[in-house]
Write a protein that binds this ligand. Structure first.
Ligand code: ASP
Length: 327
């Protein structure tokens, strides 16, 4: 009995000592998509904002792309649970739970939830070569030519995939577009600009500058209402306004640690995240890209997890209705 108490005491003391020393080396934010895309950008902005509240620690971003984000997520689920390897992922955390019947991780069981980061609308885009300039013309053009056109996305279960799936199912195309998977919408955007692919949905974080520069055509936003406060995107209609009843898609990002990370460490990370999300420079950069920093109740680990659990249920129904599975 004495021995057990002594052991428990040693474990508690060393976990406390470990938490006190945390972070003892650079922290890696794993982004499960290619560099140059929206998730990458959010993580890079966040990495900068986290440094100060983590006592000047070095926070680096690593891109572990592929399979709609599931490769990077698996990597973090299997990493040492010491708080030095974290995941920054988006709605894919919930979408892949419905899309994949076999995953190497369980969204609700294999991670410590550290808090959400932001909400980001998407825009529906076309290559500059498309003859349409308004949503109505775009939809008519796709209806007439759907079978010949390509839709780019960042892998099965990615936000762009989900959006393309929902849009095609809402407009009930006779012939769906051929989908082309990339390792992230950063590289996909280059091909959309070049006209190698025709259509893509992407977070406004990745599309605002491209629309402003006239490098792609934008047709609509995916939120229920138009983005009336956004300087550049305020005049684009929402898909719901264009007749797609109930269409409402916002992409959210969150931060995760491997399951089993000591509570004292996850608390330090959550505290740092809360400070980072109030960093005026971070907020300004997010808002300029059309993203909204998350609400306080979703920065608590419990609030974050409850939100994701709700999204899993909601998206499973959407995915089942679209009749899609990745495996
Ligand atoms: N926006 C991408 C997606 O469609 C991912 C990325 O490259 O950030 O999920």
């Amino acid at each position: 009995m004495k021995k057990i108490v002594a052991l428990a005491l040693t474990a508690a003391v060393s976990a406390g000592a470990f938490a006190q020393d945390f972070p003892s080396k650079p922290i890696t934010l794993v982004v499960p998509f290619a560099a140059g895309g929206p998730t990458d950008l959010v993580a890079r902005h966040l990495a900068e904002a986290l440094r100060k509240p983590l006592g000047g620690a070095s926070v680096v971003v690593e891109n572990a792309a592929g399979a709609g984000g599931t490769i990077g997520a698996t990597k973090v689920a299997r990493a040492a649970p010491d708080g030095h390897t974290l995941l920054v992922w988006h709605i894919g955390m919930a979408a892949t739970a419905g899309l994949y019947r076999k995953l190497q991780f369980n969204a609700l069981e294999d991670f410590e939830y550290l808090g959400m980061i932001n909400d980001v609308p998407m825009t529906l885009l076309g290559s500059p070569k498309l003859p349409a300039n308004t949503y109505r013309d775009f939809e008519a053009y796709i209806r007439a030519n759907g079978g010949k056109l390509n839709l780019a996305h960042a892998g099965l279960g990615s936000a762009s995939h989900l959006c393309g799936l929902m849009w095609q199912s809402a407009v009930k195309l006779d012939k769906s577009m051929t989908t082309i998977a990339y390792r992230g919408t950063g590289p996909a955007m280059n091909d959309l600009i070049g006209g190698q692919v025709d259509v893509m949905c992407d977070q406004t974080t990745n599309t605002t500058a491209q629309i402003e520069g006239g490098r792609v055509k934008a047709f609509a936003v995916t939120t229920a209402k138009p983005l009336s406060n956004h300087k550049l995107l305020k005049d684009y209609p929402s898909l719901q306004e264009m007749g797609l009843k109930g269409f409402n898609l916002t992409i959210w990002h969150g931060m995760y640690a491997p399951k089993g990370t000591p509570a004292a460490v996850t608390k330090k990370l959550n505290d740092a995240l809360r400070v980072a999300l109030k960093d005026p420079e971070f907020v300004k950069r997010q808002e300029a890209l059309g993203a909204l920093v998350t609400t306080d109740n979703r920065v608590t680990p419990a609030g974050h997890k409850a939100f994701v659990a709700g999204e899993i249920t909601k998206l499973k129904a959407v995915i089942e209705a679209a009749g899609q599975f990745a495996d």
